[in-house]
Design a protein around this ligand. Structure first.
Ligand SMILES: *[C@@H]1O[C@H](CO)[C@@H](O)[C@H](O)[C@H]1NC(C)=O
Ligand SMILES: *[C@@H]1O[C@H](CO)[C@@H](O)[C@H](O)[C@H]1NC(C)=O
Ligand SMILES: *[C@@H]1O[C@H](CO)[C@@H](O)[C@H](O)[C@H]1NC(C)=O
Length: 325
């Protein structure tokens, strides 16, 4: 059976679209005004930074191209309100209290080129979170102290992505399969994460080793574990990990070789000794047999002499007897 791609995505998008069209009629979004505590200019830039906002601003001009809501305490990006802004090119949400974003969050922002999610409290990034952002060029997602998981295909569809910064999060491993396939990617920030320098992260370390020029602050891109690797640069341990992780011999194999070597050595010694003993015994046996044969020969020859004499005596006797009869 062939699975349709993202079976849950289609109905979701449909619902979002329906709500969008329904909303357009009644929503204040269409207004030409400007949200409270924000500054809007005729370049379609809406500036709401540092206004102690706890919720996403309402009453945003529909044609907004740049939205700056940094340095507030916004806890959520509501998909409906955000996806009205289909002309949005630049979105700065840094330094807020965002804990969650999903595929629907950015469902309609096809022109968005710049996205900043730094200094929030994100924990994980799911598959396809950035999937709809077909024009995304720069993604900053630094300083989310609890962010420890990025889905392997989170950026798989962002073919225009050039700059990705995930510095100073809580990442230990990333699967780089879809990252290295991004054709435009030229700058990656990974520093300040407690990277694992074990075999599960070998590919990332090797990537940093081979393409160090792509990585911002490569000198600060260091291992957080295991203990004996802590503080070493990923680029430096890349090759070491490659040899280490593809070594087919473990310590048990070495023990096996030692034991086998000893067994072969012992077997050789024992068999040589046995051969020696057998040789000696055989020689002795041959000697004894020879001696015995010689003795037998002598005995036999003396005996045959006697018997022949006896025989001849006998014969003579016979003759004698015949004579006597
Ligand atoms: C984050 O925003 C607060 C105001 O909400 C500000 O005081 C603080 O300096 C900002 N932090 C950063 C790293 O920009
Ligand atoms: C970072 O992740 C580790 C587990 O990998 C966890 O124990 C730790 O609490 C996390 N740190 C933060 C600040 O969430
Ligand atoms: C990494 O991700 C790719 C898909 O992007 C997947 O095929 C592969 O199995 C993953 N590797 C690991 C070690 O999980």
């Amino acid at each position: 059976m062939r699975l349709a791609p993202q079976p849950s995505a289609q109905p979701l998008r449909l619902i979002v679209l329906l709500l969008l069209t329904a909303g357009v009629i009644t929503s204040p979004v269409l207004s030409t005004g400007c949200p409270d505590r924000c500054v809007c200019d005729d370049q379609l830039v809406v500036q709401c930074a540092g206004q102690h906002l706890t919720t996403f601003p309402v009453n945003l001009p529909l044609a907004t191209r740049q939205l700056i809501i940094s340095n507030n305490r916004i806890v959520e990006l509501p998909p409906l309100a955000l996806n009205y802004l289909s002309d949005l090119v630049y979105l700065d949400c840094s330094n807020n209290s965002l804990t969650e974003i999903s595929e629907s969050t950015f469902g309609n922002l096809r022109k968005l080129a710049y996205l900043d999610l730094s200094f929030n409290t994100l924990v994980r990034i799911e598959d396809r979170t950035f999937g709809p952002l077909a024009s995304l060029v720069m993604l900053r997602m630094t300083d989310n102290p609890g962010l420890s998981e990025i889905h392997q295909d989170a950026f798989a569809e962002n073919a225009n992505l050039q700059v990705l910064d995930v510095s100073r999060n809580n990442l230990t491993v990333v699967n780089i399969t879809s990252l290295i396939a991004l054709p435009a990617l030229r700058s990656v920030g990974l520093s300040g994460n407690p990277w694992s320098c074990e075999c599960d992260n070998e590919d990332l370390c090797l990537w940093v080793h081979l393409e160090g020029f792509k990585f911002q602050d490569e000198g600060q891109t260091v291992c957080g574990s295991p203990a004996d690797m802590q503080g070493r640069r990923l680029g430096e341990v890349g090759i070491q990990l490659r040899t280490l992780c593809h070594q087919t011999l473990g310590s048990w194999d070495y023990l096996f070789f030692v034991v086998i070597g000893f067994v072969i050595f012992a077997a050789g010694t024992v068999s040589a000794w046995l051969m020696g003993v057998i040789m000696v015994l055989y020689e002795r046996y041959i000697k004894k047999k020879d001696e015995q044969l010689d003795a037998d020969d002598e005995e036999e020859s003396s005996e045959t002499g006697r018997t022949s004499r006896a025989r001849s005596d006998h014969g003579n006797g016979n003759l004698k007897t015949s004579h006597t009869v």
